[in-house]
Ligand binder design. Structure first.
Ligand SMILES: [Ca+2]
Ligand SMILES: [Ca+2]
Length: 81
């Protein structure tokens, strides 16, 4: 997807973050896991904003964030919170 913008090391690092927040290890971050993630990354984020961000992230609308969706978000959006 955006491999030219990220080195393999960066992707590896993001993968580790993803795995860390994917508590049950099913390869997807659900809303509960996402809330925990945001609580760490952006403690002041409001619950309503978290849910909105989750919907933004979940591009294919299946109710889970997979690694591809996470990667896009990591590069573009998370620091705007
Ligand atoms: Ca999970
Ligand atoms: Ca999804």
């Amino acid at each position: 997807m955006s491999e030219q913008a990220l080195s393999n090391e960066n992707i590896e690092q993001i993968r580790q973050e993803f795995d860390f927040f994917d508590k049950d290890g099913n390869g997807q971050i659900d809303l509960v896991e996402f809330i925990e993630l945001l609580t760490v990354l952006a403690p002041k984020t409001k619950a309503s904003a978290v849910e909105e961000a989750f919907r933004d992230l979940d591009e294919n609308g299946d109710g889970y964030i997979d690694f591809e969706e996470f990667l896009v978000w990591w590069q573009t959006c998370w620091f705007t919170f």
